[in-house]
Design a protein around this ligand. Structure first.
Ligand SMILES: Nc1ncnc2c1ncn2[C@@H]1O[C@H](COP(=O)(O)OP(=O)(O)OP(=O)(O)O)[C@@H](O)[C@H]1O
Ligand SMILES: [Mg+2]
Length: 293
């Protein structure tokens, strides 16, 4: 809506997990490197955790791009509210197994055949499970058993489990100890630091066609970081609403007043919700001074 007004060729703060907008913070970089390394070296189970909106699904999208480029076969399930029977059925669809997909035995036999053939050809096969914190114990138990399939070359299928921190807590419970013990690699995504948020916002705007943006001042970006707590999805939502507000007011730059309005509309919750927070890394406090009583 506001793209032409600000000079964007596409929406800079789209909410979809689009790898072409990937911002490589050190954590994202490390997580992606770990996922790729874990899969390539056939580590077995790899777990990626992170708070809501920190970029897990985006990382999985990047991993899928990598797997496609390397012609590594994979299946990925995003619907975690599944019974074991539905799990096997979806697996059969995703791996395109020619069998009675409603029969667990048939699916397992076909899958086993596929995995052994691929392993004999020295090819890697990957199963990606997003939102894994929602999987019930009986489905995770089936996942664990799949992860047990191996031959002398190593694990037949590399399994990536991604989920919110509840996944870590789940894996700490005694009934999951067998699965926990099999996890070869763990990676964690954290929220962005203030400096990373600056780079994140600038990078997204540049990717959308606007180099050296001056719609959001450094002070305002710092305030956005604070209100979003460095969570990329929240940063996107705030910036998108902010640009829309500025556009509606025919202003080429956003202001703290606009941010306050957006934050109130979004019912944003952030610690303190205090108007004045000096920050030594941002020496120019004009905006905050203007708000002091
Ligand atoms: N490193 C990144 N580079 C670019 N955009 C990112 C990055 N990390 C997250 N985002 C953006 O933040 C939003 C949320 O990311 P994503 O959906 O991957 O989070 P998530 O961790 O899977 O969230 P949830 O826990 O709700 O599933 C998306 O719009 C995505 O584009
Ligand atoms: Mg996700």
């Amino acid at each position: 809506m506001y793209n032409a007004f600000f000079g964007f060729t596409q929406n800079p703060f789209n909410m979809s997990p689009d790898p072409s907008f990937l911002f490589r913070s050190p954590h994202h970089e490390e997580a992606l490197a770990n996922l790729i390394y874990g899969v390539q070296s056939r580590k077995g189970f790899i777990v990626l955790t992170g708070e809501v909106g920190t970029g897990k699904t985006t990382m999985l999208e990047c991993l899928r791009d990598f797997l496609n480029a390397q012609q590594i076969a994979f299946a990925s399930l995003f619907n975690s509210r599944l019974t074991p029977a539905q799990f096997f059925e979806l697996l059969a669809y995703d791996f395109d197994l020619r069998c009675d997909r409603a029969s667990k035995t048939q699916v397992l036999l076909a899958l086993n055949g596929l995995l052994i053939d691929r392993s004999n050809a020295n090819r890697t096969t990957v199963l990606i499970l997003d939102e894994a914190h929602n999987f019930e114990w009986d489905v995770l138990e089936e996942v664990r058993l799949l992860g047990n399939l191996e031959n002398r070359r190593g694990k037949l299928v590399q399994i990536v489990l991604a989920g919110q921190p509840e996944l870590d807590r789940k894996l700490e419970q005694p009934e999951y100890r067998q699965l926990k013990q099999r996890i070869a690699l763990r990676c964690n995504l954290r929220s962005l630091t203030p400096q990373e948020t600056v780079s994140y916002i600038n990078a997204r705007m540049a990717r959308a066609g606007l180099q050296n943006q001056n719609i959001l001042s450094p002070e305002l970006v710092h305030e956005i970081h604070f209100r979003a707590q460095g969570i990329p999805r929240l940063i996107n939502a705030i910036c998108d609403n902010l640009l829309l507000t500025a556009f509606a007011m025919e202003s080429k730059s956003a202001t703290l007043e606009m941010l306050n309005e957006v934050a109130a509309d979004m019912r944003l919750d952030y610690p303190g919700q205090h108007p004045f927070r000096p920050d030594p890394t941002f020496p120019d406090h004009r905006i905050r001074h203007s708000r002091l009583p």
